[in-house]
Design a protein. Structure first.
Length: 88
């Protein structure tokens, strides 16, 4: 586990994206298909080491999820809102 102290003592490392990867696509057991993509926002090389001597990196980012397919039986019917001019 990386501690707050590890992060404070660590060194930020610049990132250059080598190859743009697409989305990872998953079919869920309920029939829904989602796509997930991780967007890297920062990396810190800590002073800690793995058993092989390589540095331990702390990675932060955000995960984007988008729905590709949702089975009709999982959809709720939406009610169309009336425009102000339609209200009497």
């Amino acid at each position: 586990m990386i501690s707050e102290e590890d992060l404070q003592e660590g060194e930020p490392v610049g990132v250059v994206e080598e190859e743009e990867k697409g989305w990872n696509t998953y079919r869920l057991s309920d029939g829904t298909v989602i796509q997930v993509k991780f967007i890297l926002t920062s990396i810190i090389r800590t002073k800690r080491r793995n058993p092989d001597g390589s540095p331990v990196y702390a990675v932060t980012g955000t995960t984007i999820v988008r729905l590709v397919k949702v089975p009709n039986e999982l959809r709720e019917k939406t009610v169309k809102k009336k425009e102000p001019s339609e209200v009497t």
